[in-house]
Design a protein around this ligand. Sequence first.
Ligand SMILES: [Zn+2]
Length: 350
Amino acid sequence: MLFAVLSACLAGNPAFCGPVVLTGRPFDTVSECREQAPRFAADWLAGQPGLTQDGLECRALSDLAALPLQPVAEGVHVHLGQIAPFEDSPDGRIANLGVVIGRDSIAVIDAGTSRAQGQALLAAIRGISDKPVSHVILTHAHPDHALGASVFAEAGAAVVGHGRLADALRTRGPVYLDNMTRIYGSAAMIGTRIVLPDVAVTDRLEIDLGGRVLTLTAAGPAHSDSDLTVLDRTTETLFAGDLVFRGLTPIVDGSLPGWLAWMEGAGHGGMIVPGHGPVAADWSSAILPQQTFLTALGDATRQTLDAGLPLSRAVPAIVEALRPLSGEWIAFPDSAARDATAVFKELEWR
Ligand SMILES: [Zn+2]
């Protein structure tokens, strides 16, 4: 299998270039690729105002950058992200990404931070299966999970997400793109664009990959306001997205009471793939540390509100109250302060 790889550059700034794999057009032979690649490259560039072509070549799959994928169950593979906040990551590849292979097709669960990461995920998938990727399921709108989706959309996958995902991406997507470009640079983010979901899940949806059914469940506001879980019923593997953090300090960007309620009500008998951190064999090892942290966050915030502290004094007090738990959590100081601010504002009027 061969792919045309375009060197795309920022128009007017040829110092910022990066490889764009034309994932919608794999080729069987070099001659076929060489003959057809220019037209496909031109078509792709036509949809990318602001980019120009610097070069075009045909590369074998083995010559493409591929993300490490590990099998965690029959037909289930996971890319484990770096357990780090964006600022401490060289490329933003911090989220866990999942792949479930059915008899007929493949579902990808989260697509990474950039087009480059999405491309590397697709290359890794093509190293283990040539079945079509029928679905890219986004567990929520955050950039480390959602920004690589265009790679799979171009390869023919339906983009699936929570009923509120489209609004979240419309509102915040441009800011996420700006932030990631500021942190990692234009070259690393070249070709990255927001794609909106084709399929919105308002409650539950089943996707059949051929002898293998995934159950998608939309959550209420919790980690974010567009959280979606994916259950592979064949292996009872639950992709929890960022409803479950392990090791990296949980970030509240939806609703703390909503998140606590989700943990109380969810439960799961099989393996859990968190959005960040190692795969967990059981529910309690997946949930307990996060539940302890978030419960303490709520309690400490409530105390500052009951004491009538203003936000400026409440935030350091909440962070101090959580500090005994900090040893378990990477990026604690910054994330805890951010959580304290968000939760103070949420609970202030409740
Ligand atoms: Zn998130």
